[in-house]
Design a protein around this ligand. Structure first.
Ligand code: NDP
Length: 237
């Protein structure tokens, strides 16, 4: 069976870098995001045979439809990368309830819905591997990011539990927890100031995260793990 991978949040940033690396390694990919045009541009840049889909991960029907379309066009999905995520950073007392809900729905519910749909397919097709993108902030916490941190901590608990649930079906579930990575999500940050807090002295490049995602997807004896890719940030915060 070929390697077929669904990458939610694959149109930009970390997800796009993962798509580029997996395409080089011979995977057939579905690049999925809400903005179809951007997803199509990314999918086209990967070469022939890749699919672009529009889907909001927080909407169950859209996720189900995306999986149906992927299976029709690419065959059974045996790899899943969840890189769709948003942040609405602010101190808790200033955080609007709607911003709490949107982060929970995209980051946490979205991960649950895409994993549920993927596991359904993987169970019938001899296993698979899932990588959910968490964050070092979900492990360590950060002032001004309590809700975001909670969604990312939730991804760890969810992924560890799911790893136990599906291991006998030869499905592996791991989390990759990045630190500061140069993408649109971090474009507004003061890199010169913040990089001083990173032992390696710089922000990460999305392609450096992608290498670690590939490692988790292809390591047959690794499941239930959280791999931190943060230039050592977690050592100091
Ligand atoms: P970007 O903002 O660059 O990209 C986010 C991607 O997710 C886009 O493809 C976006 O496309 C998609 N997306 C957002 N919301 C939804 C949704 N509701 N449904 C489907 N797709 C969606 O972010 P990064 O690449 O930086 O982040 C990727 C992941 O890594 C996120 O989970 C983030 O929390 C995590 N992370 C990032 C860090 C960093 O420093 N950059 C650090 C730690 C973790 P569209 O808007 O078209 O839907």
């Amino acid at each position: 069976m070929g390697k077929v991978c669904a990458i939610f949040g694959g149109s930009r940033g970390i997800g796009k870098a993962v798509a580029e690396l997996l395409a080089q390694k011979g995977y057939h990919l579905a690049v999925i995001a809400r903005n179809l045009e951007v997803a199509q541009t990314t999918a086209r840049s990967l070469g022939a045979g890749h699919l672009a889909l529009s889907c909001d991960v927080s909407r169950e029907q859209e996720v189900q439809r995306a999986f149906e379309e992927m299976q029709r066009n690419l065959g059974p999905i045996n790899y899943l990368v969840n890189a769709a995520g948003i942040n609405r950073d602010s101190l808790l007392l200033r955080t609007k309830t709607e911003d709490m809900i949107s982060q929970i729905h995209t980051n946490l519910l979205g991960t649950m819905l895409t994993c549920k749909a993927a596991v359904k397919s993987m169970i019938h097709h001899q296993g698979g591997a899932i990588v959910n993108i968490g964050s070092v902030i979900g492990l360590k916490g950060n002032s001004g990011q309590s809700v975001y941190s909670a969604t990312k901590a939730g991804i760890v608990g969810f992924s560890r539990s799911l790893a136990k649930e599906v291991a006998r079906k030869q499905i592996r579930v791991n989390v990759l927890a990045p630190g500061f990575v140069r993408t649109e999500m971090t474009a507004h940050l003061e890199e010169d100031e913040l990089k001083k807090a990173v032992p390696l002295g710089r922000f990460g490049d999305p392609h450096e995260v992608a290498q670690a995602v590939l490692f988790l997807l292809e390591s047959p004896y690794v499941t239930g793990s959280t791999l931190i890719v943060d230039g050592g940030l977690q050592l100091l915060i």
